[in-house]
Design a protein around this ligand. Structure first.
Ligand SMILES: Cc1ncc(COP(=O)(O)O)c(C=O)c1O
Length: 412
């Protein structure tokens, strides 16, 4: 039976996460399908920022490092991220960027496998991951080799030369989930360490880092975790590795006693050794607001809704735009799909611009991919209906043909 708007509205009435939408600031007329790139702003953000400015920064000034707990924010927030990604406490710090954290993890892991010289990764990995591997290798005392293979060849490429396997948990283009447990176990069988990039999975599906015995993980907070543009990332190091894992950025915040001001670097005995310099407190407060939005929410509920939203979008697109030349990329199976769907379309950039102008915001990845991300905390089933209706009009009327939609902006 074809779906209609009323049936989508019914799904919203039955949605156990419907109450979460109020936790975000979203313009009334906007359908925001880009939470996989930059999450929406939590409503608590202005208040928390104002309070930080008024009482902490302008009021207590430098005392706030102690009094307001600024000095421990990276660790306390790390523990809170841990609850969303299946990590017991004292294994995560929130700091720096995902790229920088990946660099630290790679260098630490290389030193932990001194007899091996291959860093294995996947062809479709996010470019920064590929670049950082390349850059990190040049700092290793022995000659390292980066081996980039197709996703289906990952397991067959694991052998006793592989020091580290670096993978994204969810593919940023296709939304495909890689099986974390199976791959981690396979890497461990040949003695390799695994670094997972959780940028597209943290906060949108249950993850069990400890249970999967993951070695290292990194990830963004500004996507599904809604911490704000450029908010600090996180890094996880399994507790069994912390004592021997040495990252190369010997900054004072990673020292065992930063305020002893010793001349020699002595790494902290805990996860704090993965810090480097002073962290951006205001941005860390953004991470706190983002994490607050998960109060009373289970990741199983988030995952269920995420699957429901993606399924609905795919089904409605087939129903409402049967003759579109949009080609679904990535898994049809809901269990293997993250919280985004991607379509290949020759004029994808222009079509996305036309949608954005009409209040339906997704994004575009060269050369021809249109991505639609679904943040279960604030997207409604009715939004999916309305987004597909807009897409239908743009396709039927070939609105994307207008010249103005073909002019490329720097950020796509
Ligand atoms: C999979 C993945 N890793 C890393 C990054 C980049 O993270 P950062 O800008 O914090 O270095 C992104 C950004 O979109 C990403 O999608």
């Amino acid at each position: 039976m074809p779906l209609d708007k009323a049936s989508c509205q019914q799904l919203d009435r039955e949605d156990p996460l419907a109450f979460c939408r109020e936790r975000f600031e979203l313009p009334d007329e906007l359908i925001y399908l880009d939470g996989n790139s930059l999450g929406a702003m939590p409503s608590s953000m202005p208040r928390v920022m104002q309070q930080t400015l008024d009482s902490e920064w302008s009021g207590d000034l430098i005392q706030s490092w102690n009094k307001a707990g600024w000095a421990q924010l990276s660790q306390t927030l790390g523990d809170r991220v841990g609850r969303l990604v299946g990590a017991d406490q004292d294994q995560i710090v929130v700091c720096d960027t995902t790229s920088a954290n990946l660099y630290k993890a790679i260098r630490a892991a290389c030193d932990m496998r001194p007899e091996r010289n291959v860093i294995l990764t996947e062809l479709d990995n996010f470019p920064t991951d590929l670049y950082i591997i390349e850059g990190a290798m040049t700092g290793v005392a022995r000659e390292m080799r980066r081996e980039i293979v197709a996703q289906q060849d990952i397991l067959d490429s694991l052998d006793d030369k592989v020091a580290i396997l670096v993978l994204s948990h969810i593919n940023y283009k296709t939304g495909e989930i890689l099986p974390m447990l199976e791959i981690t176990e396979a890497a461990h069988r040949v003695g390799a360490l695994v670094i997972w990039d959780l940028s597209h999975s943290a906060g949108v599906l249950p993850i069990e880092l400890d249970e999967c015995e993951v070695d290292f993980a990194v990830g963004c907070t500004y996507k599904y975790l809604n911490a704000g543009p450029g908010a600090p990332a996180f890094i996880y190091v399994a507790s069994r590795h912390i004592a021997q894992a040495r990252q190369p950025l010997n900054g004072w915040w990673g020292h065992a006693e930063p305020f002893a001001f010793e001349d020699e670097f002595r790494p902290a005995g805990n996860i704090s050794r993965f810090l480097c310099g002073t962290q951006p407190v205001l941005s860390l407060k953004g991470v706190a607001c983002g994490l607050d939005s998960y109060a009373g929410v289970s990741m199983l509920q988030v995952r269920e809704k995420s699957k429901g939203l993606c399924d609905l979008f795919i089904r409605l697109l087939g129903q409402e735009c049967p003759d579109s030349r949009l080609q679904l990329i990535g898994p049809r199976c809901r269990e293997r799909r993250g919280s985004q769907v991607s379509y290949r379309f020759e004029h994808g950039y222009a079509l996305m611009q036309a949608l954005i102008e009409r209040g339906v915001v997704g994004d575009f990845r060269a050369p021809d991919l249109m991505r639609f991300g679904f943040s279960p905390l604030y997207i409604r089933y009715e939004d999916i209906w309305n987004a597909v209706q807009c897409l239908k009009i743009c396709l039927q009327q070939k609105i994307w043909q207008q010249d103005k939609y073909h002019r490329r902006q720097p950020v796509t």
